[in-house]
Design a protein around this ligand. Structure first.
Ligand code: PBG
Length: 324
């Protein structure tokens, strides 16, 4: 035998030398939920070790992540029912605690990367990402609302705007609104390829943001489609996106790959709440071994082509890496 591939696997140092893919804490973006409730932290049943943090507590949480070398965060607001309305007006109001939290974090930790969520659902009494009229999700009428939300977040100091709503034309619309107000350095990470997925269930529990009626299939993509991902990514790239995200990640590794092959922009993957809950459930049963399964899962996303990964596992990974 001339070729014995096992020779290149004979010990850890050789395996490490020729590893084609790596995962570092720099690749990870940690999603955190914030509320304006008094309790320091409220557990989320379907997402073990994830909490809705109070405004005070989130600063401490971020401090502990920074100490582990984890410096990228994406924030999601859990909004009180009484602050929701049809037009998501609270999202860009001065009162919005989410904007205060962004400001407080950037004041205290100017070096961290802070990303937002832009969509109507956390603020919408209909629980949809866009404006609802007679059961229909209106596209063009939603855009000015998303733009106001984005400008308010930019004013608060956000580094990256994260439109997760899947309305057509929103990236360009938001880019123009940001530029008009002088926020030319505020980045956009577009949820370019976001599927209508059953894997978002635990996240909607975390924010009480499930649609009150209907589903999201008229704006989020059909899981059957891959070419359409190229179309969505192309439009967002043309409209000024700085990053292209694929969401969910694990069931869509082929989509991550095809985007990476076809675009020069950084590609990110969202390792979503259902993917997180699945692993935790199996580990709790004693059926899977937590650390190796998490590392293998995240590595598979990197191997598929993800430059960055949004993941609820980020802090655990940072802890493991600190020990090495
Ligand atoms: C809302 C939004 C969702 C997620 C991120 N932003 C849910 C949805 O589209 O219903 C899901 C994240 C996750 O499941 O971890 N625009």
């Amino acid at each position: 035998m001339y070729q014995r591939p096992r020779r290149n696997r004979k010990n850890t140092s050789i395996r490490n030398m020729i590893a084609e893919t790596n995962l570092s804490v720099d690749h990870l973006i940690y999603p955190l939920f914030v509320t304006d409730l008094k309790e320091e932290k409220v557990a989320i049943t379907s997402m073990p070790n994830c909490y809705r943090w109070s405004q005070e507590a989130i600063l401490k949480e971020i401090e502990s992540c920074v100490a582990l070398g984890l410096n990228h965060f994406v924030l999601f607001p859990a909004v009180r029912e009484e602050n929701k309305d049809k037009v998501a007006s609270y999202s860009y109001s001065e009162e919005n605690f989410y904007l205060h939290v962004i400001r407080a974090i950037k004041e205290r930790f100017p070096q961290v990367t802070l990303m937002s969520d832009v969509a109507m659902d956390p603020y919408s009494s209909d629980g949809h990402d866009g404006l609802v009229e007679n059961g229909e999700i209106l596209n063009d009428q939603t855009l000015p609302i998303l733009a106001k939300m984005s400008v308010a977040q930019a004013q608060a100091g956000i580094d990256i705007i994260g439109p997760s709503d899947m309305m057509d034309g929103r990236v360009g619309y938001i880019r123009e609104a940001l530029d008009d107000e002088g926020w030319t350095n505020t980045s956009i990470m577009s949820y370019a390829v976001k599927y209508a997925s059953a894997y978002y269930g635990p996240f909607r529990d975390a924010l009480d943001s499930a649609p009150k009626a209907g589903d999201k299939k008229t704006y989020q993509m059909n899981p059957a489609n891959k070419k359409e991902a190229l179309l969505e990514a192309m439009l967002d790239a043309e409209q000024g996106a700085d990053f292209l995200m694929v969401k969910p990640a694990l069931a869509y590794l082929d989509v991550i790959h095809v985007l990476k092959e076809n675009f020069a922009l950084p590609v990110t993957a969202y390792n979503v709440s259902g993917e997180y809950a699945m692993i935790h459930a199996a580990v709790k049963q004693g059926w899977l071994d937590y650390q190796p399964v998490v590392m293998e899962t995240l590595l598979s996303m990197r191997r598929a082509g993800a430059d960055g990964i949004l993941s609820y596992f980020a802090k655990d990974v940072a802890q493991w890496m600190k020990k090495i």
